[in-house]
Ligand binder design. Structure first.
Ligand code: AQP
Length: 348
């Protein structure tokens, strides 16, 4: 694995790339990258890399919204960068960088706070879910999270934001905030569109199909982590809850089977209907065992590549440094324009 020289990176920022639609998306370095993150977001980022002008960001400032130590943050950032590269993102096709390396994200967040309403933020379901009964004790950063996310996206004039369904409400807020800014200060930002796929946008927990698969779950059996060994994956799928009855169908009254069939369909690249026909009249045992093998096969190549990147942390750091330089080259002039529109600064 040899890091790409900077000159090549600059060359590909030429006209061919800029004529394409721009994609921006982010992922938090909060540990335990799971199958939901992969199937709902990263896999799509990888598959669409050739079509778009891509910016993918490790959003460490967002990860500060919940308590995290400096050591954990440091190792999570490097690990997540390795995971993204192992999943197939490549610096030849995408700008891959860490949010806090580009100070314009935090700066624009503050400016956008001035065109965001308190009531809008209070209605965000992610805030309500994560704050739970501790609204008085949680950080103000958790409350402001959607404004920082809006800043991340519109700083790059992204046209499309490929995310899981849990981020839909935040995307709607981003559009509202950008539109309000444009109305108040003149056309400045592109209004982005969410890119949420029909299948896989909401992978559910293995122990409760009414909750999304989530890294912050107290029960590790509820999610498949990228770091799980094949045996752990087999055990987790074997223990995954199912619905009453014996039919293997993706129907509204069978949320657990729908989730398992969705996962199967995505990891094996097969239509859900084809899987339903294949397992018609067969028991859960065979279905789960085949699903486990398909999942192991999908994850194993990523794990193998991950081990290679983990063995070369300086190359990963170099990719992030180049990504940050490329991101700054877009973010800095945009911020200058925003500040001028708002009448900020000395004018010097
Ligand atoms: N269960 C999921 N199904 C489909 N997509 C998902 N995403 C997250 N969970 C699922 C998508 O993954 C991308 C990165 O998400 P993030 O870094 O914002 O992580 P998150 O949403 O905070 O992930 P978790 O695991 O759910 O964390 P906690 O437990 O902290 O809430 C996003 O595009 C997201 O939509």
């Amino acid at each position: 694995m040899v890091a790409e020289p900077i000159s090549t990176t600059k060359e590909r920022q030429g006209t061919a790339r800029s004529a394409r639609q721009r994609v921006f998306s982010g992922i938090q370095p909060s540990g335990n990258f799971h199958l939901g993150n992969y199937l709902g977001a990263i896999r799509n980022w990888v598959r669409q890399q050739d079509e778009y002008d891509n910016f993918f960001c490790i959003v460490d400032l967002h990860a500060l919204s919940l308590p995290i130590t400096a050591e954990a943050m440091r190792s999570n950032i490097l690990n997540l960068a390795s995971v993204l590269l192992a999943s197939g993102l490549t610096p030849e096709k995408s700008v891959i960088f860490v949010q806090s390396d580009v100070h314009e994200h935090a700066e624009l967040c503050w400016l956008l706070n001035s065109v965001t309403q308190f009531g809008e933020l209070r209605r965000m379901t992610q805030f309500k879910d994560k704050a739970g009964n501790n609204v008085e004790g949680i950080s103000a950063a958790l409350f402001d999270y959607p404004v920082l996310m809006a800043a991340d996206i519109i700083l790059y004039d992204a046209n499309l934001v490929p995310v899981g369904e849990d981020q839909k409400q935040h995307l709607e807020l981003t559009r509202d905030v950008a539109t309000r800014f444009n109305q108040r200060y003149g056309e400045t930002f592109v209004i982005p569109e969410p890119d949420i796929k029909e299948t896989g946008a909401r992978i559910m927990s293995l122990d409760d199909p009414t909750k999304k698969m989530s890294k912050s779950s107290a029960n590790p059996a509820s999610y498949i982590a990228l770091s799980d060994t094949p045996d752990v994956i087999r055990k987790k799928i074997k223990r995954a809850v199912t619905d009453s009855g014996t039919e293997i169908r993706a129907t509204p009254d069978k949320p657990a089977l729908t989730n398992l069939l969705t996962i199967f369909s995505l990891v094996a690249d097969e239509q859900i209907q084809v899987l339903e026909e294949r397992y018609d009249g067969k028991g859960y045992g065979q279905f789960k065992s085949d699903l486990a093998e398909a999942t192991v096969q999908a994850i194993q190549p990523i794990q193998e590549r991950l081990a290679e990147f983990e063995a070369h942390p300086n190359e990963v750091r170099a990719i992030l440094a180049r990504g940050a330089a490329q991101a700054r080259a877009v973010a800095a002039p945009k911020m200058a324009k925003v500040k001028s529109r708002m009448g900020l600064g000395s004018g010097a």
